[in-house]
Design a binder for this molecule. Structure first.
Ligand code: 13P
Length: 251
């Protein structure tokens, strides 16, 4: 059966020293608790190697926030999936709306990134979600369907089983405007139905689908109570031990 997961996406926050401090502090708290979910942090690239050496990966998983769409070579400033893997990270967040919007990541590029990540045994946390105008036009299901189909549905069933999905309605990211529990459940059930249609019921039942967008300790329990919401991908509230653990404990 699918895993319950709470993953933090630090985005472009914390210098190296601050990041190490937060990771170590989280690891310490988690090592004293028995939490029912897998906890992951997604740090900037520069933190990965240092954090990796200091945490117990059984208690705290480590993710990058991106990887390159090429294997290696003359791509100044890029970081390959193999490099990410060599730090000790096990996961990579791909297709975040900020990468799609600000850095022009296309479904085709993301399909390549997913392939390269899987080739390195990195587990993608693949983000999908509609913008406000798309929801207002009633197009959210169409948008999410095409994001999933374009980047993921060429995968074999075995490869798809490694994908963690994160539904992040763009209008809820960093805005304080969370999707209602009903909106989240409706979309997550839709996504699970899509997976069932493509890969069968078992694949759909086994896929963890996280919710992201202004999720915090005060609203996490209500969101996570939905049968198809398997956890969260957390931005702002992943930046302190107290806020993040409040969400982990709600799962
Ligand atoms: P916030 O939790 O800050 O809204 O960000 C969500 C997010 O984008 C996680 O990837």
């Amino acid at each position: 059966m699918r895993k319950k997961i709470v993953a933090g996406n630090w985005k472009m926050n914390k210098n190296l020293q601050e990041g190490i401090q937060l990771a170590v502090a989280l690891n310490e708290v988690l090592s004293k608790e028995n939490n029912s979910c897998r906890v992951i942090i997604g740090t900037p690239f520069i933190h990965l190697a240092s954090v990796s050496e200091r945490i117990d990966k059984k208690k705290l998983g480590l993710a990058a926030q991106n990887c390159a769409d090429h294997v290696s070579g003359a791509y100044t400033g890029e970081v390959s999936a193999e490099m990410v893997k060599s730090t000790g990270a096990e996961y990579v967040i791909l297709g975040h709306s900020e990468r799609r919007t600000y850095y022009g990541e296309t479904p085709e590029m993301l399909k390549t990134k997913v392939r390269l990540a899987l080739d390195q045994q990195l587990q993608p946390i693949f983000c999908i979600g509609e913008v406000l105008s798309e929801r207002e036009a009633g197009k959210q299901f169409e948008v999410v369907r095409s994001q999933i189909e374009a980047s993921l549905f060429d995968l074999s069933e075995a490869d798809f089983s490694k994908i963690i999905l994160a539904y992040e309605p763009v209008w809820a990211i960093g805005t304080g405007k969370t999707a209602t529990a009903a909106q989240a459940q409706e979309m997550h059930a839709f996504i699970r139905g899509l997976i069932a249609g493509k890969y069968g019921k078992k694949a759909a039942d086994d896929c963890s689908i996280l919710y992201g967008g202004s999720c915090k300790a005060s609203n996490a329990a209500e969101l996570f109570a939905n049968p198809d919401v398997d956890g969260g991908l957390i931005g702002g509230a992943s930046l302190t031990v107290e806020d993040f653990m409040g969400i982990v404990r709600a799962r």
